[in-house]
Every structure is written in structure tokens, then in C-alpha cells.
Ligand binder design. Structure first.
Ligand code: SF4
Length: 355
């Protein structure tokens, strides 16, 4: 049979389709394996990061990086502003296909760069996840689905009134629910984007955790993650104990549901974490600076908490990820946890555990 026959053309087209679906998956796994091995070896030079968080700026009337008059004034006095769209596009162009690009920030769906960044990430075959509190999710659902976003992470802070208070918009909860249902409708029998609901309770939602989990399951979450709260100010041990009790009741009640806890602590460890005594619990080592990188809304590139190693506008990720500042930080972390670890959950975070 000649290679140009319709049968052969069909076989070749199917082969190409399979290869294009498998390639990002295999690249992603290979990158992760490489970075895990480097992190385990604790060498000062890390493999190229597999998890890149990009905090997108939003227009704000009074924010230092906003587009309003005060924002412009702040930029004038600081001598710098938020990165431009071209800075983001250039940065994304340098990321290896298969890496995970997490879009975050005050609210990435409201960023003027959101769609351009998403198109560029799609062109680079990046594995994209979007963290949102749900505002504009309904409106953005078609583009999120159309560009093959891998994951949408929806943060819910409590039942409707509590969530709206935290987000500062009376429609926010309804938008989040409508957006989730719109995504589920578009997705139909495909698997992308998966919906991960991050439950982040605040004191006003204590006693109502079960209601939050039920809501997440009803809107079609593929995975629900209950984040342990950390009490602020001078919390009482009794409050921490009652919160930890509520969390263990949830564990018993939803044994078979797709519900996970972060950090995955129980008993006295959970209480200590909730009280803010984080250094006494969890892993004594952190591999985050070997595996991830974050770009703040002002363009600062950081590998650990707020420790800047470069700037998106002037540096390439490749040139700064193993610069002297980054290597010296890794040297210090190898000796033990830093004071900044007291308030950081980075060391609890395994790249795959939460997705
Ligand atoms: S502050 Fe500590 S826990 Fe957080 S990323 Fe840095 S080393 Fe890890």
C-alpha cells in the first residue's frame, strides 16, 4: 500500500496526535525526576525549576503596581512599575515545555496580561494551573477550557457570607459557583481543566467546615484540600484544640471523598500548627529552593519566601537560578531551617501532593 494512501495518512495522523499528547507528559515527568534527584543530593546548583509561580498584577486604583493615578505616582517615586506584557511573554518563552506554570497573584483572572500569558503558555506546551478566588471565573471559563489549562484552583474562605467578606465582593461566591459549573459543563467527558478547591478557613468559618466541604463537592471539585488555619494574635490553646477536633471529625466523616488535608497533621501536631508553633512540627528540611521559583507582581524573582535573586525585566531565569545569591541561600538551608520558615509552609509542600 503506498504511503500516501488514505489508510496510511490516517495512521500517521493518529500517531502524531498520540505523540503530541504524550510528549508534554513525558517531559514533565522527566523534568520532575531530574529536579527531585538534584534536591535530594542537596547540591548548591539546582536543576531548572519545574514549578514556576507567576503572580500577575491587577489594575488597582491605589496599589503601588496598579494602573490608577496613585499607582502611577508610586511608580514615579519608586522609579519602576510592574513588568510589561512583553516582559512576561519573553520570560515564558524561556521555560521548558512540560514545566508547570502556576498563575497566581491578587486575582490572575483580573490581570490585563492574563489572556496573553495563557496563549503564550499554550504555545510553549506548559502545564498551566490558575489560582483564583472565583471572581470572573464564569466569564473566563471558555478561554480556560479552550487553551487546555490543566488545573483551576479555587480558594474558598468559608460559607457564602464569610467568603464574600474576605474577598470583598458580594457576588464573589456566586461567581465562583457559576464559574465552576460552567467549567464542568464545558469539560463534559474530557479531563481538563481539573477543579481543585482549596478550603482556607478563617475564624468566622470555624464550626462550619463540613458545610464548606459539602459545597466544594457539590460544585464538582475533583479534589478538595482543607488547609489548616493558623490563628493570629495571641490564640488560646482551647481554640486550637477545638479547631483540631473539627478537622479530625472531617477526616472520619469523609474517608472516601476526594478530600486531603494540608499540612497533613493530626493530634498535638495539628494543634501546635494552628497555634502558630510551626517549627516544632513537620519536616526538618525544605527542598523548595531546589524545585520552585516565584515571580512577584513587581517582577522580583524569588526562590524562598521573599529572598530575591533577580528581576523578570532584566534577568533570565536560567542566569539567576544558580547565581551566587541562590547558591548561598541553599548552602544556609542545608545547615538547617531559617527564621523565615516559622511562617512558611514551603517545607510541607511536595510538588505532587496538592494536585
Ligand atoms: S522560608 Fe523555609 S520553609 Fe519557606 S521556602 Fe524558604 S526554606 Fe522553605
Amino acid at each position: 500500500m503506498p504511503l500516501t494512501s488514505p489508510d496510511h495518512k490516517g495512521i500517521i495522523a493518529n500517531g502524531r496526535l498520540m505523540a503530541s499528547a504524550l510528549y508534554p507528559l513525558l517531559t514533565n515527568q522527566a523534568l520532575k525526576l531530574h529536579s527531585v534527584l538534584r534536591a535530594a543530593s542537596r547540591a548548591e546548583n539546582a536543576a531548572f525549576p519545574t514549578f514556576i509561580t507567576l503572580e500577575l498584577p491587577v489594575p488597582a486604583a491605589d496599589g503601588a503596581h496598579g494602573q490608577g493615578a496613585l499607582g502611577r505616582l508610586a511608580r514615579f517615586f519608586n522609579g519602576r512599575g510592574a513588568p510589561a506584557k512583553t516582559d512576561y511573554l519573553r520570560f515564558i518563552n524561556t521555560l521548558p515545555s512540560g514545566a508547570t506554570l502556576a498563575l497566581a497573584g491578587p486575582e490572575p483572572l483580573e490581570s490585563p496580561h492574563f489572556q496573553a500569558v495563557l496563549f503564550q503558555a499554550d504555545a510553549r506546551s506548559l502545564d498551566v494551573e490558575i489560582s483564583t478566588c472565583g471572581r470572573r471565573l464564569d466569564e473566563c471559563a471558555p478561554v480556560i477550557y479552550g487553551l487546555g489549562v490543566a488545573r483551576v484552583r479555587l480558594s474558598i474562605f468559608g460559607p457564602e457570607s464569610v467568603h464574600n467578606d474576605v474577598v470583598g465582593s458580594s457576588r464573589s461566591f456566586k461567581d465562583a459557583v457559576r464559574g465552576s459549573l460552567a467549567l464542568a459543563g464545558l469539560r463534559d467527558s474530557t479531563t481538563r481543566p481539573s477543579l481543585v478547591v482549596d478550603l482556607r478557613p478563617v475564624p468566622a468559618s470555624f464550626g462550619r467546615f463540613e458545610e464548606m466541604v459539602e459545597c466544594a463537592l457539590v460544585i464538582g471539585a475533583d479534589l478538595v484540600i482543607m488547609h489548616y488555619p493558623m490563628l493570629q494574635g495571641s490564640p488560646s490553646p482551647a481554640d486550637a484544640a477545638s479547631c483540631a477536633d473539627e478537622l479530625s471529625r472531617l477526616r472520619r466523616r469523609y474517608r472516601t471523598a476526594p478530600l486531603r488535608f494540608f499540612p497533613d497533621l493530626a493530634g498535638g501536631d495539628a494543634e501546635r500548627f494552628i497555634l502558630g508553633d510551626m517549627l516544632s512540627v513537620g519536616p526538618a528540611r525544605c527542598s523548595h529552593p531546589w524545585r520552585g521559583v516565584r515571580v512577584d507582581t513587581d517582577g522580583k524573582i524569588t526562590i524562598c519566601d521573599s529572598y530575591a535573586i533577580g528581576d523578570l525585566r532584566t534577568d533570565s531565569l536560567e542566569s539567576v537560578y544558580n547565581c551566587e545569591a541562590a547558591r548561598s541561600l541553599r548552602r544556609n538551608i542545608k545547615r538547617g531551617l531559617l527564621p523565615g520558615c516559622q511562617k512558611c509552609v514551603g517545607r510541607f509542600q511536595s510538588e505532587d501532593a496538592l494536585r
